[in-house]
Design a binder for this molecule. Sequence first.
Ligand code: ZN
Ligand code: ZN
Length: 317
Amino acid sequence: MNIFHLRFVIIFASIFIAAFSIYLMFCAWPLPQPQPLTMDLPAASPPKEMAVFKIMTGVNHRSAAFGYRGGSFFDKRDFTMDVLLIKHPKGDLLIDAGLGRDSRVHFKSLPWYFRAITDFDPGRSAADQLKDVGYDEDSLKGILLTHTHWDHVSGIPDFNKTPVWINKEERHFINDGKQLTALIRSFPNVQYKEYAFTDTPYLNFPKSYDVYGDGAIVIVPAPGHTPGSVVIFIALPSGERLAMIGDLAWQQEGVLEREERPWPQRTMGDDNPEQVRENLLRMAAIANRFPQITIVPAHDARGFDKVPDITKIKMKQ
Ligand SMILES: [Zn+2]
Ligand SMILES: [Zn+2]
């Protein structure tokens, strides 16, 4: 073989190895089926006045391949930045704050490599959308965070009177999360309200916190994406159930097809990918046993399909 042929073989082999590595990172690779659950759906007695509304605060232009293994690069998807308003007679809650009025400025707090792969369009902030419909901010008891990444906290400064509900693990992560939590660290005068889990299991999660004691809003720890990430189970008076999984998966396929994020995304975005796997499988077992529970990732508009938009809210005169 002469030197020309040798070079050709080396170049060809390098291209092949690179293409095969990319294929291995992004190809479908479902996690094993979890043990089936046998328990019943936990009882809940949500008050009849309880209701939920979605507030979409912007979109991130992505592809399915970005979100989960086996997703196609050609399947272009807008990953939405969603907030949920829960109206409850004991006090309303927002789940996450979404992109706020200053999200363009907030974006600059992110690591360069994340900015380089992010193409987002902010919409109207949650605070402005609530104002548009005449919502009284005093009814808001707290902003309950699924976790403290920028796209879930950017709207916090727009609510200057509302406490931010958080658990101990995520509170520590604000200080330990380096650039990934630089944004929330930079907010002055955030009023934190720390809640704690009890040893009461909920479904197949070992700990839980039942916010109003009626089973309507139950938080469970689901660490991995960040150390204090949570899943919030919601039971509505209509009998509907939602599982707000935050960024445990970015798209429903993460749970329903048991596909974790591709290697680059979980390396950059997940604090502990092993724990993410464990909790994806916990949620997959729940989805298998209780298909009536809608799996709602924070960035997947399909999960919010049945949730009315904030513009549909009826205010008391
Ligand atoms: Zn996140
Ligand atoms: Zn997110």
